[in-house]
Design a protein around this ligand. Sequence first.
Ligand SMILES: Cc1cc2nc3c(=O)[nH]c(=O)nc-3n(C[C@H](O)[C@H](O)[C@H](O)COP(=O)(O)O)c2cc1C
Length: 212
Amino acid sequence: MRTMDTDSPSVVVDSTASSAADSRRSIRQYEPTPIPDADLRELLRLAGRAPSAYNAQPWRFVVVQDAALKARLAAAAYGQRQVTAAPATIVMYSDMQDALERMPESMHPGMPEDQRTAGVESFRATFTGQTVEQREAWGIAQSNIALGYLLLLAESLGYATSPMLGFHPEQVKALLGLPAHVRITALVTIGLAAEDGFAPHRLPAESLVTFR
Ligand SMILES: Cc1cc2nc3c(=O)[nH]c(=O)nc-3n(C[C@H](O)[C@H](O)[C@H](O)COP(=O)(O)O)c2cc1C
């Protein structure tokens, strides 16, 4: 319940999420310790809990741990050294073609059958006629929600990250053998931090928020 006469939050805030939001920062130096596959799978499962319009979930992930492949990925990312320094780099991309094909699977099984059918038809009607560019721009917007989840969840699980948009998308796609129609959302290096990074610095919230 929200009360009008207090500045305190009116909801119980999950301390793990709030402390992760406060402590997270980009880290570009990492310990060489590999990340257990189980941790990566759990992280990406949880990141996939992100909501998306139509529940379309167009995000896809490739986890790159192979040293030779990481070196080539770093070259495609303007030589950014965090890619080779981190034990893993997650390549996030949007695949709306696959999302379109899997729409019946994405619709909630608890919905009445006629609503599920209508949802699939509405999704297909919206996106089938669009260009790849148009539909992947939408897919990237959805995927960025999962990117935010991923960064916050990694922090809460004890892993440092650095998200990156500085790369040649076509080179990254060619390296990983990704289909031409997909669009890369971001690269995310991940591992145990070997530097403090910069303390988070943000514009004051009060300068970004209005209440009416
Ligand atoms: C989508 C996205 C792309 C970014 N691309 C790069 C990048 O290519 N190289 C880099 O060093 N940092 C990159 N950053 C890191 C930002 O510079 C950083 O998040 C921002 O300055 C805030 O710092 P903090 O993450 O330490 O709080 C990126 C961040 C985001 C969210």
